[in-house]
Design a protein around this ligand. Sequence first.
Ligand SMILES: [Cu+2]
Length: 341
Amino acid sequence: MDNLLSLMFNIQSLKLFVKQINSLNKGTESNNTKHVSMPELSSLDSWDSRLKVDPDVQIYLAYDFYTIDNKYFHREGYEFNNVTSSLNQLLTPQINHISMEIPSFSLLSQRDEIPKNMFCNNDTIKDQDCANSHCECPHGYQIPLNAVVELVIIDEGFAYDANHPLHLHGYAFRVVAMERLGRNVTVDEVKKRDSDGYIKRNLINAPIKDTVNVPDGGYTIVRFKADNPGYWIFHCHIEFHAEVGMALVFQVGENGQMPPVPKGFPTCGNYLPEVSCNPRSYILTWINQHHKFSIKNYVSNITTCHFQTFFIVLMERSIGLSFSRTLLCACVLKVASISKI
Ligand SMILES: [Cu+2]
């Protein structure tokens, strides 16, 4: 009995010292008797230049789920705000309000094919209203070789309390700061907090990782030394999010500073065939998109395929012919026009 009581006492005592590492939505602001945030861990590696006071490059990367009309999710007539049930609304996860358009070829091994100024980012598309309309382009930043890069990653947290595991290829980074500021936060609020001196960075022995979380309504700051030349993707590791564009690319160094491409290395590209006109599927799509018959709306996009479809729809709507009979009429008319009858 004495042994049992002693054991129970020891377990209770141990509980006083149990802490949870990397708790969801908790950073260094959390109660440190219960939680250990990433920057509070100590790396066994000694100090290196990633931890110097002023990084060479600083990039703000903010993200959230946005209530925009993503053309891949919301077709005409069914815009985001026209979907009455919130359960059926599909929000778009983006970084800096940009959906990554993945190039159709390998950037590293086919770098000679990259068009000049292909990459876009906040600086290159300032004139676009990406906060309110869907922006999609090859999202990327060029980093000088050997620069120490600081990424200030912000989860704005306005949509819901979801988290994103963010992963960088090509490097391990130091996690120097992590804090939750509230249910949500803006980029300007984080910038002001930093300029006012309220963001504390662990520049002594910050832990080293290649994937990190960000508290919802907070920030995580990581540092890497860009000493591995190439094209490296940074993306959310929830695969669906990465596939719909929650990603970007860091070009580290100039093309001539990257390892040579092996001779005969396989290449890839965009081999999609040209899509042919399919009047029936086009009609169904068109009718779904246009609840009211509108010649003006229709003629604005006229093409050969559209014209054939227009004729078929007109026949159906005006004299009530079935699709097959209308198609037959169309064929007869086409034969007649070819034969110049
Ligand atoms: Cu994600």
